[in-house]
Design a protein. Structure first.
Length: 236
């Protein structure tokens, strides 16, 4: 089916004003306005972002539980494998996490799937190979939130799965049965999923739950909070 770009209309006067005030091109000014950045001060902060301007890490839903799991794996000298993705942010995330874990002395490796042979997301056969090679913990980056069946495969293989992803849920709303999930949206639904699965709430690791009791659960009907901590989901 043929697809056509539909360009959102813009206020040419505002584009010109921001272009001149911020010293940017008309195209950049238009993009900034589309993101709600309307003055040169905001534009400067956005275009020349500093590390000091990043949000507090603890604002990321599920971060504490994921960090606790990784810290325990580090202490126990377990083999950690970062399961990445083959696109730009997936490769970057894989490299960053592997480098950081190596700096901490982790026994860590990585796996980036072959686009044609393994496709997108966690792959059953690849998980089996990782388990046979001694992997104990698998951390997905830029994928995994839709890999419900593969998460069950990981559980059967004895792999502890930590999912970090920024994409939307599957259309049916099912979540993978992971030990921890770091998502950039819908933390309330994940929290309720965990409560239902474990029948108790642990504030210090509210996204973690025993793999034996966490099966897929539809969260579409549960209370929802889009745009957690100012983040928005990405469309694949």
């Amino acid at each position: 089916m043929e697809r056509r770009w539909r360009i959102r209309p813009h206020d040419e006067a505002r584009i010109t004003a921001l272009e001149r005030a911020a010293g940017v091109s008309p195209v950049v000014a238009k993009l900034l306005l589309a993101r709600g950045i309307c003055n040169p001060q905001q534009a400067g902060i956005f275009l020349d972002a500093q590390l000091t301007g990043l949000r507090e890490p603890d604002l990321l839903p599920g971060l504490t539980a994921a960090v606790d799991r990784l810290h325990a794996a580090l202490q126990q000298k377990r083999r950690i494998v970062v399961y990445g993705d083959y696109d730009a942010d997936g490769m970057t995330a894989t490299g960053l996490l592997v480098c950081c874990l190596r700096l901490l002395g982790a026994n860590v490796g990585y796996h980036v799937p072959n686009r044609l042979e393994e496709g997108y997301g966690l792959n059953d056969e690849s998980l089996g190979k990782l388990a046979s090679q001694g992997a104990s913990v698998v951390v997905s980056v830029d994928c995994g939130i839709g890999s419900v069946a593969a998460a069950e495969t990981a559980r059967q293989l004895g792999l502890e799965l930590i999912v970090t992803d920024h994409h939307e849920l599957r259309d049916d709303g099912l979540l993978p049965a992971a030990a921890a999930m770091l998502m950039l949206w819908a933390p309330i639904s994940v929290l309720l999923r965990t409560c239902l699965a474990t029948e108790k709430l642990r504030w210090n690791s509210w996204l973690s739950c025993p793999s034996s009791s966490c099966g897929p659960l539809s969260v579409r009907a549960l209370p929802w909070w889009n745009g957690a901590a100012g983040y928005r989901p990405a469309d694949r």
